[in-house]
Design a binder for this molecule. Structure first.
Ligand SMILES: Nc1ncnc2c1ncn2[C@@H]1O[C@H](COP(=O)(O)OP(=O)(O)OP(=O)(O)O)[C@@H](O)[C@H]1O
Ligand SMILES: [Mg+2]
Length: 279
């Protein structure tokens, strides 16, 4: 996952993972909490669907036997709630919870957030309460919420996905086609604020003992642009046409450019744009 996200999910950010039933959302959420615990962070797992025993069983099946120790020693807190209970918690108790935990640097997973959205009356209330949940919990640490994908595969425009997608910092889509056999799982990072990220679909598998394994071999290599060198040369040729500060800024900008960002634009076209814009 990390190579797709410039090193991984940022601390104190909020991420939404969207996927159909069986896509691997719960597995992803468990993995997220596990990684935090393994690096010394505390974990809070809010489960809206499955009870504690089910989640533990799945975690152990994925090779995470230590989960029992983390629970016993209270580094991992498990909250089992319904959509109604949790929406009431956000309204009434979130504030004092955040005051108790703020700055803890913990990881929080909510799996899935969908019943909370359904427990709310209208779009306005959904936006307000989900907004409050994300804004407040990020003060505690790093937050990951999963969302069920309903309706047509790949259509993320339904309101119960659209609202959290707008509000979260990062959005990860687990595209899952249950009908096909081998390459039926694809992961794509839809957005990630303040961070470079991959913009293409990556096949992933769920492997016992490991969880989600995303394929991204040589991925960075293919996006690092050889032609940025040419672009910088082109810039040098046109230096006399640009103000000094713009020239310096462009030098840096071009050096950090990737294939993915450049897309179909040729370097001469981009150079022309810079000259038109700034000369
Ligand atoms: N121990 C395991 N070994 C290999 N694959 C597994 C294992 N456990 C689960 N899976 C695979 O992961 C899939 C489900 O993962 P998960 O429960 O994380 O999905 P989900 O997106 O949370 O689904 P739902 O929306 O139904 O809760 C299963 O369909 C199965 O293919
Ligand atoms: Mg699940």
């Amino acid at each position: 996952m990390n190579p797709l996200l410039d090193g991984g999910i940022n601390v104190n950010s909020t991420t939404v993972v969207i996927g159909a039933s069986g896509a691997g959302k719960t597995t992803f959420a468990i993995q997220f909490i596990r990684k935090g615990l393994e690096s010394g962070q505390e974990g809070i797992f809010v489960s809206l669907d499955e009870n504690k025993e089910q989640i533990i069983r799945e975690a152990v099946e994925m090779g995470w036997k230590e989960i029992m120790d983390h629970l016993k020693e209270e580094r991992l807190v498990f909250i089992d709630a319904s959509g109604k209970d949790f929406s009431n918690f956000i309204r009434k108790e979130l504030h004092s919870f955040v005051n108790d935990w703020k700055g803890a640097g913990a990881r929080i997973a909510v799996d899935p957030l969908t019943p909370v959205i359904w427990a709310l009356e209208n779009n306005y209330e959904q936006r307000e309460l989900i907004g409050m949940l994300l804004k407040q919990t990020r003060r505690v640490g790093t937050v990951l919420c999963t969302l069920e994908e309903h309706g047509t595969e790949g259509d993320l425009s339904g309101k119960e996905t659209a609202i959290p997608m707008y509000l979260a910092d990062c959005v990860i889509h687990l595209r899952y086609k249950a009908m096909e056999s081998s390459t039926n799982r694809m992961l794509k990072i839809v957005k990630c604020r303040n961070s470079w990220h991959s913009e293409v679909f990556h096949p992933y598998r769920i492997i016992t003992g490991l969880g989600l394994v995303v394929q991204h071999e040589n991925f960075r290599k293919t996006i690092k642009k050889e032609s940025t060198v040419l672009l910088v040369k082109e810039l040098e040729k046109n230096a006399h046409l640009l103000p000094k500060n713009i020239y310096q800024r462009m030098q840096k900008t071009f050096k950090d450019l990737t294939d993915a960002e450049l897309g179909e634009i040729s370097h001469s076209e981009l150079m022309r744009h810079v000259i038109e814009e700034y000369s």
